[in-house]
Design a protein around this ligand. Structure first.
Ligand code: ATP
Ligand code: MG
Length: 520
């Protein structure tokens, strides 16, 4: 490629909203341009890299036996109504009507479409297993698009869907995708970790995320220093806590705590630690109120709570609802005397004695509260976020928490979609059975951005070779010196002939400008 003929404008300035280095460098290096929030043009130099990532993905997917195809981005609403997701997907789903008033959405993911295809095409066990994939534009009206193409509203995704006749087959498909992903991200030159993950709105029972390790990552991941346990913090399990045995219950006492609402305020005032206090949070799980108890130093993990409740939506009750449900104001809720509401407690609350809670009365707390004597807990569950000092849930060793960028996510879906859309096959005995599914996504642009997060210096991007836009950069320092120029041209031709991807900076620019751009 001759730079003189390329659409490539490097810039020094980047807008203030380009918070992360990959976003800044992609703008500065003339790889992307923003059209609207989360919507980007990918310019020639950027597209070279994107295509390379795409090709690595394609090669490994093909090698794993998956078949590439292409689905439309426009999805008829009927399929999403059938799967039940039309109403639960929320505002991220971009919905529109055609000229006849028929509802559509722009696919944020394609479980419905692929399941629809398979239910129509597949009759017999003989046609299974299958793994189909596409590399296609997805649309999600993200609440907070940011970091350039890392979290866009329109972005390129590789999505694959596997269809099997039984659980063993589905497990094998999942394993093969897990291995393909490992190869893909290795080939892209990324340092990453596969972690256990929550399945979220895609659904299913088991899932793993592939996390690129980077300080700018939006996810927190935890791994054990001793065993191979690794998990997204939102999914990480926490255990019961051993409390010293033999502590005697003391009589419960109501104390005046004027305007003490936060854990810190109450603890300081009562001279107790946050470990001796139990917070009572009132949630609405699809309108059903729930009182959730966690220790004062712990945080509720809303993903765990949502999964446990089985509800579609979870939100914290507002102050009016808290007043109605508990009889007291916000900041003073407690489990004692609550009626008509299920009380669930985190595992770390089990075994705790003589703790402090709110009294469901303005400016009052209770001291020396005890489970069983003063109130009942309907269920003890793992409901909290893991903390850095928690032990490994598998082996009890120390854990390390670091930041990660989710570049890929694999899911065991089971029969969630085949059941909803009635995708069945006939087994060898002629019996009608549900197809077992898995789905597997990779953010193509996000992987490219993640590679920059891990590989750069203050002057520019240092591409891992397999995804570098070019392999050889020829920079004639003077365009006036005939000898320099002809030597440069000779090297360029030799590179092209040898099949190397070469770029020659044949622009009539000062050497300093060229060096700066080359670095970028
Ligand atoms: P996140 O938690 O970051 O929002 P997600 O869990 O919603 O991601 P999936 O539904 O698992 O993402 O999508 C598969 C892959 O698509 C992700 O692993 C990620 O690499 C990519 N991806 C998801 N959302 C975006 C986005 N808004 N912009 C770019 N890539 C995305
Ligand atoms: Mg995900």
């Amino acid at each position: 490629m001759r730079l003189s003929g390329m659409l490539l404008h490097t810039t020094r300035e980047v807008p203030a909203d380009a918070e992360v280095i990959s976003h800044q460098l992609m703008l500065r290096a003339g790889m992307i341009r923003q059209v609207a929030a989360g919507i980007y043009m990918i310019l020639p130099m950027g597209y070279k890299v994107l295509k390379k990532v795409e090709n690595i993905i394609r090669e490994e997917m093909d090698r794993a036996g998956a078949q590439e195809m292409l689905m439309p981005a426009l999805n008829p609403a009927e399929l999403w109504i059938e799967s039940g997701r039309w109403n639960v997907y929320g505002k991220e789903l971009i919905r529109l009507k055609d000229r006849r008033g028929r509802d559509f959405c722009l696919g944020p993911t394609h479980e419905e479409m692929f399941t629809d295809l398979i239910r129509k095409e597949i009759r017999s066990y003989r046609s299974l297993p299958l793994n189909l994939y596409q590399i296609q534009t997805k649309f999600r009206d993200e609440y907070r698009p940011r970091f350039g193409i890392m979290r866009g509203r329109e972005f390129l995704m590789k999505d694959a869907y596997s269809f099997d006749t039984d659980d063993e087959g589905a497990d094998a498909s999942y394993k093969s995708m897990y291995e393909a992903y490992t190869l893909i991200f290795k080939r892209c030159g990324l340092r990453f970790r596969a972690v256990e993950a929550d399945s979220g709105p895609i659904g299913g029972s088991v899932s793993n995320e592939f996390m690129v390790l980077a300080e700018s990552g939006e996810d927190e991941i935890v791994h054990c220093v001793a065993c191979d346990y690794a998990s997204n913090v939102t999914k990480a399990e926490t255990l019961e806590v051993d409390y010293p045995a033999g502590e005697q219950s003391r009589p419960m006492e109501k104390v005046h705590t004027p305007e003490m609402k936060t854990v810190d305020e109450v603890c300081r005032f009562l001279k107790v630690t946050s470990k001796e206090l139990v917070k009572t949070m009132i949630y609405l799980a699809d309108d059903t109120p729930l009182a959730v108890l966690v220790r004062g130093d712990h945080m509720v993990n809303e993903a765990k709570l949502l999964n446990f409740s089985g509800a579609q939506e979870l939100k914290m009750a507002d102050s009016a609802a808290i007043q109605k449900i508990t009889g007291g104001p916000e900041g003073f809720s407690g489990p004692v005397g609550l009626e008509g509401i299920k009380v669930i407690a985190d595992l770390a609350v089990k075994g705790l004695k003589n703790f402090v809670t709110g009294a469901n009365e303005n400016d009052y707390h209770l001291l020396s509260v005890n489970i069983g004597r003063d109130f009942e807990v309907h269920d003890f569950q793992d409901l909290r976020l893991l903390e850095a000092d928690d032990p490994c849930p598998r082996c009890g060793s120390t854990l390390t928490i670091e930041k990660g960028i989710e570049v890929g996510h694999v899911f065991k879906l089971g029969t969630k979609y085949s059941q909803a859309l009635k995708a069945t096959f006939q087994d060898a005995q002629g019996e009608e059975k549900l197809i077992i599914m898995g789905c597997y996504g990779i953010g193509v642009g996000r992987s490219m951005a993640a590679a920059i997060e891990q590989n750069h210096d203050e002057d520019g991007i240092i591409w891992p070779m397999p995804i570098a836009p070019y392999h050889v950069y020829i920079l004639p320092v003077s365009m006036k010196d005939g000898e320099v120029l002809s030597a440069a041209e000779d090297i360029y031709s030799a590179c092209i002939e040898a099949g190397l991807e070469a770029i020659i900076d044949d622009r009539d620019e000062r050497a300093g400008v060229k060096f700066k751009d080359a670095d970028l």
